[in-house]
Every structure is written in structure tokens, then in C-alpha cells.
Design a protein around this ligand. Structure first.
Ligand code: PMP
Ligand code: GLN
Length: 400
């Protein structure tokens, strides 16, 4: 269910037929139309830290209005390299190994378009973030999905798990790369050290490139985020992607980046320069400042979202909607059968108008919805009063 209108779109190339409108846009439109509490699209209801906004003002006033260098302004590339060193112990040369992009989305697109020959296979985890599928299709590559298995409905608290043998078995003669997302949208799960080690071992054994989307790296509540690039043999084959959107509550700024060894970075830069060349110059300067803020800014963000996660988790459970624990991200997944409206997809189309709550069905992220049909993703990056009101409305609907 990625598309609102699965019908054929005139003029659109065959490889992009079926993509429709993203589930996030569709559900936000329903939320706006019905003035519903929007627990669908993952954008925070809070501003970036004041000093980050001030840094953007200062950059505008300092006259940073023209094109940045293609790979990004030097101050930001240096700040990204320092951030990777400070938080992850990974060392990158800002001149040759760090590339600034138009959000993580462009970094993923530039990387996939740079690496994949037509017909090459790229392994992704399922549930799959929609942009991966689309850009793999744009590249003429083939997506191979490996499931993160949801917990059985009778034991919803077990969490999502990757079967390392299934992951290894997905590799074939045409596999070019693996595209891994951890912390993971939409499940809110964090790959464990053992799961990451198994992925790394497969990459090294088959000489694959790893592309890792780590946009939720600072939104971790239980456990620890480990970058795949930190595993043995991985730094030289990994493109590590992140962005300022989640970390600084600035999803509309679209300042992202890719860190990779120089040979891979050169390939990524080659495509990136023809996708957008360079943009957001004043915001690049502001993010350079943001990335150098002290650790407590990053810790406060996680603490705020941990409280919100707990509020939504406990709230949904208390009104009779079983929750799969979320260790990270903006999201948690709940079993919505108690609402009596059938599948998660039906609930999400019904709820904005009927009870004033918008959310996203997990079925939008999978090909075969059998195992996840009862599951809905709720975003908790909202004010506590908004979350409480969402829970109240859902609770009233369960009670009816
Ligand atoms: N990757 C994942 C897993 C996401 O959830 C999102 C959006 N929330 C993005 C990438 C997009 O990041 P950006 O806005 O920086 O392009
Ligand atoms: N990543 C955001 C989410 O998962 C949405 C981004 C978008 O709207 N494309 O909700």
C-alpha cells in the first residue's frame, strides 16, 4: 500500500509506475483535512535549538547566499568529520571523504545511482523505507528484501529480529550493495551488535559495499547505536549517511551527508553534483555550528523523545492497544485490532475522519502484508499534550 492511487500514471516511466503518492503525504493530507492529531508523518513539533536558529540567521547576515562548493562548505565537512570522531570514533578526511547532500535522501540516491549497474541487486531490510525502493527503481537496479521479523502477535514485546542466515542467503552473483537502516524506520528497532556483525561478515566475504542510513543515530533510548563502518573490514567499504533533520529538529532544512573512503566518496560526488550540485549554503553553515554543540544538547534531545516514547507506549497499552517496544527513532508500532476496524491499513484510512488521529500502516513498508497487517506506526515526536490527546481519542474508540 505505498500508493493512494495504484492505477497507471500517464507519462511516468514504467520503472516508476506504482509508486503513487508517499504514504506520509497521504496521511498528513488526511490529518490536515480532518484536523486530526498527526501521529503519521515523522516530523517534530518543536523548533531546532535556539543557538542553531541563531547560527542560520548569522549565516544569512554574513552573506552566505551563493553556491557552496559541490561537496559542501569546508566548515561543515570539518564539523561532520569531528562529529564522526567524537561520537563514533571514526576518522574521515573532510576534504576527500565527507560529502554534504540535500538531506539523507539525496545521499542515498547519489550513492545508489553511483554504484549500481542496471540489473545489479541491492539488499535492503523489510519493512523498507519507501525512498530506497524508489531510488533503486530509478537506477534500474533490483531490490532484494530481507525481513526483520515482527514478534508473533501473542508475544508483542519480543521485538523485531534479523535472521542472519536469511540475510546471507539473499546475496547472489549480481549483488552490488546492502542498504541498511539502523535505528530503523518504521519499527523503532536497533540492530544488535551480533546482527551488525553478521551483516559486516557477509559484506566482507562477498566484497559488497554497505550503505547505512543512520539519520536516527542520536534518537536512541535503549541500547547503543553502533555504526556499521566501525566493524572489522567495514570502514573501507561503507558509505555512512546521516542528516541534521532529526538530530536538530529541522527536517525541512535537508542538510545531510555521506562519509566514505575517498574512492567511494568520489563516486558519490560524481552523481551528487548532477542531482543538485550544492544547496542550502546558509543552513550548511548553521549545521556546522550545530554539530559542534556540546554532548548535552544531543543527550537532551534523546531524553525529551524518550519521555514521549514512554508516554505513548504506556498510553497505548493502557487503552488496550499492544505495543512492540521501540528502542530508538521517532516511532513505535502497535497492534490496532482492538479498534475493531480490521487491518492497520483500514484503520489508518478510517481514523483521521472518524476519531481524529492519523498514523501510518506498517503494511506500507512491506510487499506481503500478511505478518504485519495488524500493525500501525505511530510517531511520538510530538508535544506531550498532543500525544495524550491522541491516546485519549484512540482509547475512546477502543472502548466503543
Ligand atoms: N531515512 C530515513 C530512515 C528516514 O526516516 C528519513 C525521514 N524521516 C530520511 C531518511 C530522510 O532524511 P532527510 O530528510 O535528511 O532526507
Ligand atoms: N521519514 C519521515 C517518516 O518516516 C517522512 C519523510 C517524508 O515525508 N518523505 O515519517
Amino acid at each position: 500500500m505505498t500508493a493512494a492511487t495504484p492505477g497507471r500514471v500517464p507519462h511516468l516511466a514504467a520503472r516508476l509506475q506504482g509508486f503513487g503518492t508517499t504514504i506520509f503525504s497521504e496521511m498528513t493530507a488526511l490529518a490536515v483535512q480532518h484536523d486530526a492529531v498527526n501521529l503519521g508523518q515523522g516530523f517534530p513539533e518543536q523548533d531546532p535549538p535556539l543557538e542553531v536558529i541563531n547560527a542560520a540567521h548569522a549565516a544569512l547576515e554574513a552573506g552566505h547566499h551563493q553556491y557552496a562548493p559541490g561537496p559542501g562548505v569546508p566548515a561543515l565537512r570539518q564539523a561532520i568529520a569531528a562529529h564522526q570522531q567524537r561520537f563514533h570514533g571514526l576518522s574521515y578526511d573532510p576534504d576527500t571523504e565527507v560529502t554534504v547532500t540535500f538531506g539523507a535522501t539525496e545521499a542515498v540516491a547519489a550513492t545508489v545511482l553511483a554504484l549500481a549497474e542496471v540489473g545489479d541487486e541491492i539488499i535492503v531490510l523489510e519493512p523498507t523505507y519507501d525512498a530506497y525502493t524508489a531510488v533503486i527503481a530509478m537506477a534500474g537496479a533490483v531490490e532484494r528484501r530481507v525481513p526483520l521479523a515482527p514478534p508473533p502477535p501473542e508475544h508483542p514485546t519480543v521485538g523485531w529480529r534479523l535472521d542472519p542466515d536469511r540475510f546471507a542467503a539473499a546475496v547472489g552473483p549480481r549483488t552490488r550493495a546492502v542498504l541498511i537502516n539502523s535505528p530503523h524506520n518504521p519499527t523503532g528497532s536497533l540492530l544488535s551488535e551480533a546482527e551488525l556483525a553478521a551483516i559486516a561478515e557477509v559484506c566482507v566475504r562477498h566484497d559488497l559495499v554497505a550503505i547505512t542510513d543512520e539519520v536516527y543515530e542520536h534518537l536512541v533510548y535503549d541500547g547503543r547505536h553502533l555504526p556499521l563502518a566501525g566493524f572489522p573490514g567495514m570502514r573501507e567499504r561503507t558509505v555512512t549517511i546521516s542528516s541534521a533533520g532529526k538530530t536538530f529538529s529541522a527536517t525541512g532544512w535537508k542538510i545531510g551527508w555521506a562519509c566514505a573512503p575517498a574512492s567511494l566518496a568520489t563516486a558519490v560526488r560524481t552523481t551528487k553534483q548532477f542531482l543538485s550540485f550544492a544547496g542550502g549554503t546558509p543552513l550548511q553553515h548553521a549545521v556546522a555550528h550545530a554539530l559542534e554543540l556540546p554532548d548535552d544538547v544531543f543527550e537532551d534531545l534523546a531524553a525529551t523523545h524518550r519521555r514521549r516514547r514512554d508516554l505513548l507506549h504506556d498510553g497505548l497499552r493502557s487503552v488496550g492497544l499492544p505495543v512492540i517496544p521501540s528502542a530508538a527513532t521517532y516511532f513505535l508500532v502497535a497492534d490496532v485490532r482492538a479498534l475493531g476496524q480490521g487491518r492497520g491499513e483500514d484503520v489508518c484510512r478510517w481514523a483521521p475522519a472518524a476519531i481524529g488521529v492519523a498514523a501510518v500502516p506498517v503494511s506500507a513498508f512491506v510487499r506481503d502484508p500478511t505478518d504485519v497487517a495488524h500493525l500501525v506506526r505511530f510517531a511520538f515526536c510530538k508535544q506531550e499534550a498532543v500525544l495524550a490527546e491522541g491516546v485519549r481519542r484512540l482509547g475512546a474508540a477502543v472502548a466503543r
